[in-house]
Design a protein around this ligand. Structure first.
Ligand SMILES: [Zn+2]
Ligand SMILES: [Zn+2]
Length: 400
């Protein structure tokens, strides 16, 4: 089968399943589940993949809500990644129901052709993108060892070929002081809230002197119990982000120095621990992204190469891009300027535009799988670009 004929078949396979894909998107949207608790979504997706005859492994790679569904017995192996976790308070404000079902549609369509064409596809269910690092654990357990390329598509307020992804470290920071009556015996107290506030303010001063693409942001999740008790225990959560894993390391040290300075000033003790594996920057594989661009145009979308508004974020897909040639394009479901991680965006993730993104995203990803299966030159080009990136990482010290 030539690649054009394969793409026509894949588009028809997605169209034939459009209603079921949209229904699955709505069902996942209606039942938002937090990281590592996505049992309903994983079960729904696994059931649909099993019904279509794929070989499904539930609880894959050591994570209860991960899965791997395989089809095809020879040729290049392309992974299609599905995220399906939601956010506290705002449900599917990141639109992972669309990632899940665009990936499902691409995987089902590709599986229908795999044996005929001589390619392999693995649909990977990847839990806990929102602060759990599911893909990092799956990578450590070998999920990408036999994979030639990894593809996914994320919803946004515009069609984009790549997201501007920076590296991130996430911490829980605890301060320990001495409780005392705040009016009767204040001199006996050591105020853990003062420690947290002074640390926060020291970070605020640091922000003038960091790079334009670096971000530091925190909240207090425990700040005391009652005004007349000097707080002896407070908890803050901090995110520290920088362009690459390499540049993240010195920034982490500077932020920690600020947070410790608060503890020192208030006579308290500080402890910190990582709440999630560090996410790396994302190296978009340009040859594969170019294929996705051409395939998106076939479904009537014109992705921009870079975001016009400079939006940055972090994702565990970055870590996958350090393991295998990867893409993480964005597909428009909302009007320009509507930010992900809002209730407003959650509304768009279950709208006619969101439904269209499920179908279009499934087609564009499926057609990119066909390119990788049937045009050996592009897989070679993707590998070469990946190796060049690896050499640059080695030379600059960036790397997980
Ligand atoms: Zn998100
Ligand atoms: Zn997301």
């Amino acid at each position: 089968m030539d690649v054009e004929a394969a793409k026509e078949r894949l588009v028809a396979e997605v169209d034939a399943r459009a209603e079921a894909l949209i229904e699955a998107s709505h069902r996942i949207h209606e039942k938002p589940e937090l990281m590592f608790e996505e049992r309903f979504a994983a079960d729904l997706l696994c059931g649909l993949l099993e019904d279509a005859g794929l070989d499904v492994e539930r609880g894959a790679y050591g994570l209860d809500t991960a899965f791997a569904a395989r089809a095809g017995s020879e040729g290049a192996t392309v992974a299609v990644l599905c995220e399906y976790d939601a956010l506290p308070g705002i449900g599917h404000g990141c639109g992972h129901n669309i990632i899940a079902t665009a990936g499902l549609g691409a995987g089902l369509a590709a599986a229908a052709l795999a044996d005929e064409v001589g390619g392999r596809v693995v649909v990977l269910g990847t839990p806990a993108e929102e602060g759990g690092g599911g893909k990092v654990y799956m990578g450590e357990a070998g999920a990408f060892e036999d994979v030639d390329a990894a593809l996914m598509v994320h919803p946004a307020d515009q069609d984009l070929l790549a997201m501007n992804v920076i590296a991130i470290a996430t911490w829980e920071v605890e301060y320990f002081g001495e409780a005392a009556h705040a009016a009767a015996f204040p001199h006996m107290g050591r105020n853990a809230l003062d420690a947290a506030v002074l640390g926060y303010n020291a970070v605020a001063a640091l922000r003038q002197h960091i790079k334009g693409n670096e971000r530091v942001h925190g909240i207090f999740s425990k700040a005391g119990d009652k005004p007349n008790i000097v707080p002896d225990h407070t908890v803050a959560e901090w995110y520290v982000r920088s362009g690459t894993l390499a540049t993240l390391q010195p920034l982490k040290e500077r932020v920690l120095a600020c947070l410790r300075a608060g503890a020192d000033a208030a006579g308290c003790r500080m402890e910190h621990r990582a709440t999630c594996p560090e996410y790396s920057d994302l190296r978009t594989n340009v040859p594969i992204a170019d294929l996705y661009l051409a395939n998106s145009e076939r479904v009537g979308r014109m992705p921009l190469r870079r975001p016009e508004n400079g939006v940055v974020g972090s994702t565990d897909m970055g870590n996958v891009s350090y393991l295998v040639p990867s893409i993480h394009p964005m597909i428009r479901v909302a009007p320009p300027g509507v930010s992900i991680h809002t209730k407003e965006f959650a509304g768009h993730a279950r709208s006619p535009a969101g439904d269209q993104a499920v179908v279009d995203g499934a087609k564009a990803i499926a057609m990119t799988v066909a390119d990788l299966w049937l045009r050996p030159d592009v897989l070679d080009a993707a590998r070469q670009a990946f190796e060049q990136d690896q050499a640059i990482r080695a030379a600059t010290g960036a790397g997980p």
